[in-house]
Design a protein around this ligand. Structure first.
Ligand code: CMP
Length: 944
């Protein structure tokens, strides 16, 4: 069976299957086109009008000689009922019928009819059986008609066949107009007969015509069925009962007539709707809340394409979750349940609500099953082709999905992005974590979407903020085992379940693709992947997925192997300078990622500048470091009295939170870690060595090739950049203590930026010779140019910012001697790093580059911080996914920059070994006051 193939046979579902929390297997859709035997709820009679405020608007319109209400449920208001009763009380019945005697209830027998055909036939009834009330009205009218000597209800020969007791529409109208003065117009009378026809009390003899004031023949259902009730002239007591009931019957029919006429129009094929009829429909559409955002011209277009659908039985399934979306619906009368696999009924939609546009707009499978909650529900339907033509581009911007009365997903329409196959899509603005995941699995994976959906990518990059890995794995396992409680499965159910499993596997594959090794770092993920692989291998229906799972398993094995090889990796944080990797058995020292359980050796000082050396895993908390250092330094104070603090080279102090991690790598260039009694914090002073240059190779820069310098700086920084995981940006922005995760690789990369920047300044202010300084400035401008050429924008910024540092820019004598050609180049560079208009110049420039490139990392962090501080993470209890999207955009930039490997043409080696040693550890002073003082010393300010 083709999923979602429309056949208007309907199905019902037993209420017990809809219990929330119980797995709801896919309801079967009948494909044969015939009516399917169902566990039908007995068709109940008398499904009376729902009278919600939205549909109760009453308005009397004289149009085409017909009084017509304007409510979309097409029901008369109480006010009008009173008015009608009033008219009837004063009504003199014509034709001389006397007072009534007790009526007998009309017999009812169910008529079989195809429910909601694609092209509904307005000649057919819309209810399974007439309601008792309509049956009784019909009976009263027929009794009076038959008793009338000049009755139009006669036995007639049609195409040689005798039809008992039938009458032309025109004569039935004449009779009704004559019966009561309240029936002013023929159109009103025709509407009243149509009301009887749509419930099957009256029928066209060939079931081909709705009621028309024409010579088509109609007869009562009673006469169609024959039997004693239809035979002969009515008895006196029947006549009495009919007479007694007729006022009430006419009043009710008078009210129902206009609605019945409208429904009849809406069941006609659009080309058969006259302009007058379209006008009638249009005036009704004006009052539907779900259409209020649409323009008049669109509503006019809709008048001709809306189709009326009626469903008699509660439990009927309109469509199934996972089906292809084919129509959009507005509920005119009744209510429907929104049912989701594994959750049961999550919402009930009522009169005036609409549903089903999500699948149409997103070109995605249905996100829920829609089951009728009541008998005799009425709907307006717009089919996909019309929806796409008329509505898709003008659809409301925001769509809110609720479960149990609360918003769970807020979607917003976005314009088409290049490469997307559909013109417009809804994107997630906010939602509960579980609902967003469900939305992803249900509508963004599987057959309809190719490539990496931006929403999926955003989710994978940012879920750690709102949905911890353990929870994500749990949810995925639940989805994958959605058949766990189902024993007997039909082939169709099985197909559906298999599709679901496939989506979980796809999700996992894309997850691993998006976050790489970060997924394998979590034991719960590895267990999940292994379990999944075992299940996929054992399931012949998932044959095609085995290669995906194997691929993921191979990646996981490679990661674990790499991890084992690098296990016990040790780092040393020298008293100053970059952390140095003390490799233990690692043959490839480049591209080394710092891992949470790597050890790092570092010093912790106390107020008197004595220190201890500690070795701890990178993920150790500040609290533990503090306790251990205090113990080693014999501070003899409880942990609550102590703080772990960084003292920067300028004396500034910054206290760590107890649950902070990756402390040593987070220090500033020349910062030192201190443990101190809380109350003595102010007494902490920096070490003298912090004002001196960091340890580094002392070399005459002049002899090193500038291009070679730029080349090796770029290789070095590429490796540092490569080691940074996108998640580290999130940890950094939200605070690593929230996640308990290290940001060591990002710390080291940021530290490198400062190192290069201050290296430039340090070198220049510690060069007493003017000519050498001039030579150095020229060299650094050239260095910036090479870094730019190598697309190492992080180093480019660092060098240019170093040259713009106040301690350098004030070196007037030096700058005067710089050739104008160099000065001009430098001015261009300064323009490129100009922060105005949110670094527009740089953004435009970098936007044109192709990878590989090393971005200016501080700006990416600024963007993250801006997105974080300017937007709440949670909005009314829902995850603000727009914020996640903003953050993911920045994280994607990093991925883009590294999407091609660095393959620079090496410059001809002159002093390769020296350059490599030199650039890995610069001599740096990062105290601005000291640098300015040194600058003053080499070039004292000229006295005027
Ligand atoms: P669609 O996915 O086209 O088909 C099922 C419809 O149910 C869906 O569009 C929404 O219009 C509607 N719906 C209402 N509430 C929810 C919900 N909580 N989750 C999913 N769908 C819902």
């Amino acid at each position: 069976m083709v999923v979602g193939q429309r056949s208007w046979s309907t199905q019902t579902v037993a209420g017990s299957e809809l219990v929330p929390g119980v797995l709801l297997l896919r309801y079967r859709r009948h494909s044969g086109g015939e009516e399917q035997a169902t566990k039908a709820t007995k068709a109940t009679a008398g499904a009376t009008s729902a009278t919600s405020a939205a549909v109760k608007r009453r308005r009397q319109l004289e149009r085409g000689q017909m009084t017509r209400p304007a409510s979309m449920a097409f029901e008369m208001s109480n006010k009008n009922k009173e008015l009608m009763n009033d008219i009837f009380t004063n009504c003199k019945l014509k034709n001389g019928f006397g007072p009534s005697v007790q009526a007998t209830a009309a017999a009812t027998s169910p008529t079989k009819r195809p429910l909601s055909p694609d092209h509904p036939n307005p000649a057919l009834p819309i209810t399974e059986t007439p309601s008792p009330a309509m049956n009784r009205m019909g009976w009263a009218l027929r009794t009076l008609l038959v008793a009338d000597n000049s009755s139009c209800l006669k036995d007639r020969k049609v195409s040689g066949k005798l039809i008992r007791k039938c009458a032309p529409g025109t004569e039935l109208v004449d009779w009704l107009v004559n019966l009561s003065p309240i029936v002013h117009t023929r159109a009103q009378a025709a509407g009243m007969w149509q009301a009887l026809l749509e419930e099957g009390v009256l029928a066209h003899v060939n079931k081909e015509q709705p009621f028309k004031d024409k010579c088509f023949l109609y007869r009562f259902r009673l006469d169609e069925e024959g039997g004693t009730a239809a035979a002969g002239v009515p008895q006196a007591d029947d006549l009495g009962a009919a007479n007694e009931h007729i006022r009430e019957a006419l009043s009710a029919l008078f009210q129902r007539g206009p609605d019945a006429t409208l429904r009849m129009i809406l069941r006609k094929p659009s080309h058969e709707r006259t302009s007058e009829e379209l006008e009638l429909v249009f005036e009704e559409l004006v009052h539907i809340a779900a259409l209020s955002h649409l323009s008049t011209s669109i509503k006019r277009e809709l008048s001709s394409i809306f189709v009326f659908e009626a469903h008699a039985q509660a439990g009927t399934i309109l469509f199934n979750q996972g089906d292809e979306g084919r129509s959009w619906y507005i509920l005119l009368k009744g209510s429907v349940d929104v049912v989701i696999h594994g959750k049961g009924t999550v919402a009930t939609l009522k009169t005036g609500d609409d549903f089903g546009k999500l699948a149409l707009i997103n070109d995605a499978p249905r996100a829920a099953t829609i089951v009728l909650k009541e008998n005799n529900c009425h709907l307006l339907r717009v089919d996909k082709e019309h929806f796409n033509r008329i509505l898709r581009d003008v659809e409301a911007n925001t769509l809110r999905l609720q479960e149990h009365g609360k918003d769970v997903l807020v979607l917003e329409r976005v314009a088409k992005q290049r490469g997307q196959h559909s013109a417009f899509k809804y994107t997630v603005m906010s939602g509960t974590p579980a609902k967003m995941l469900e939305h992803l699995l249900e509508t963004r994976l599987g057959q309809s979407v190719g490539g990496l959906d931006p929403f999926l990518d955003d989710f994978l990059l940012t879920h750690i903020v709102f949905m911890p890995v353990v929870q994500l794995v749990d949810e995925l396992a639940n989805y994958f085992h959605c058949d766990a409680h189902e024993d007997a499965q039909t082939a169709e159910d099985r197909e559906y379940i298999i599709n679901f499993k496939k989506r979980v596997i796809q999700f996992m594959q894309k997850w691993v693709m998006a976050v790489r090794h970060a997924a394998f770092e979590e034991p719960s993920v590895c267990d999940f992947i292994e379990d999944l692989a075992a299940e996929v291998e054992a399931d012949p229906d998932l044959n095609e997925e085995t290669s995906i799972v194997h691929n993921v398993l191979t990646q996981m094995a490679r990661y674990q192997e790499d991890r084992n090889q690098n296990a016990g990796q040790k780092w040393k944080l020298p008293p100053n300078g970059q952390p140095i990797c003390l490799f233990s058995g690692n043959a490839t020292p480049s591209k080394t990622v710092i891992r949470p359980d790597d050890d790092i050796i570092f010093r912790v000082y106390c107020a008197d500048h004595t220190y201890c050396t500690l070795r701890f895993p990178m993920h150790t908390t500040a609290e533990l470091i503090k306790a251990c250092a205090a113990d080693k330094l014999q501070l003899n104070r409880g942990p609550e009295d102590l703080v772990l603090v960084e003292v920067k080279s300028n004396g500034e102090r910054s206290v760590f939170k107890d649950n902070d991690v990756s402390i040593p790598t987070g220090l500033s260039l020349n910062g030192r870690l201190f443990v101190s009694v809380k109350d003595h914090l102010d007494a902490l002073t920096q070490l003298q060595e912090q004002e001196c240059p960091t340890e580094g190779v002392d070399i005459d820069l002049e002899i090193l090739s500038t291009k070679e310098l730029a080349y090796h700086i770029t290789l070095f920084e590429w490796d540092l950049f490569w080691a940074v995981h996108e998640y580290e940006l999130l940890y950094h922005t939200f605070g690593r203590h929230h996640f308990g995760k290290i940001t060591a690789n990002l710390d080291v990369f940021l530290r490198r930026f400062n190192e290069v920047q201050y290296w430039i300044v340090t070198e220049l202010v510690s060069t007493p010779s003017l000519s050498k300084r001039v030579g150095l400035v020229r060299k650094f401008i050239k260095l910036a140019a090479y870094c730019k050429e190598y697309q190492n924008l992080n180093a480019f910024f660092a060098v240019v910012m170093g040259l713009s540092n106040m301690a350098v820019s004030r070196l007037q004598q030096t700058w005067e001697k710089i050739p104008s050609k160099f000065r001009k180049i430098f001015q261009e560079f300064e323009a490129l790093i100009d922060p105005s208009r949110n670094h527009r110049a740089y953004r435009v420039f970098v936007g044109k580059l192709q990878p590989p490139l090393i971005p200016f990392m501080p700006l990416l962090l600024k963007d993250m911080t801006f997105a974080h501080e300017g937007n709440k993470t949670s909005l009314d209890g829902l995850v603000n996914f727009e914020k996640m999207h903003m953050m993911a955009q920045t994280m994607r930039t990093i991925r883009f920059c590294r999407s091609r490997s660095l393959g620079l043409e090496p410059p001809s080696p002159k002093s390769e070994g020296e350059v490599r040693t030199y650039i890995s550890s610069f001599r740096v002073i990062d105290n601005q006051r000291v640098l300015t003082a040194m600058s003053q010393k080499v070039e004292p300010t000229r006295k005027l």
